[in-house]
Design a protein. Structure first.
Length: 89
């Protein structure tokens, strides 16, 4: 709903980036894929996996000297992680 989203490095505290909505080509809600609806057929799963791979940057897909695939976490997950670490001490 907002014009931008702030994402955080999953391990390095204080490292974040703000991304404009117009720069985001696709968002996939991962937990919905596991819990939503009836079980998918193997053909459906294979097609989804193939589509996921096709969306990756060519530099990440290559087998020789591939680029790193960067993963970030949202504000909400970053706050949860920080709280869990603080309460674990």
């Amino acid at each position: 709903p907002s014009d931008s989203i702030t994402v955080h490095h999953p391990v390095r505290s204080g490292l974040s980036q703000t991304i404009r909505r117009s720069d985001i080509s696709h968002v996939e809600v991962l937990h919905d894929l596991v819990t939503a609806g009836p079980a998918e057929s193997m053909d459906d799963l294979a097609a989804r996996c193939s589509a996921d791979i096709d969306r990756l940057d060519a530099g990440v897909q290559r087998l020789v000297n591939p680029h790193r695939y960067h993963v970030s976490i949202t504000d909400r997950l970053n706050d949860l992680r920080r709280d869990l670490v603080a309460n674990a001490r």
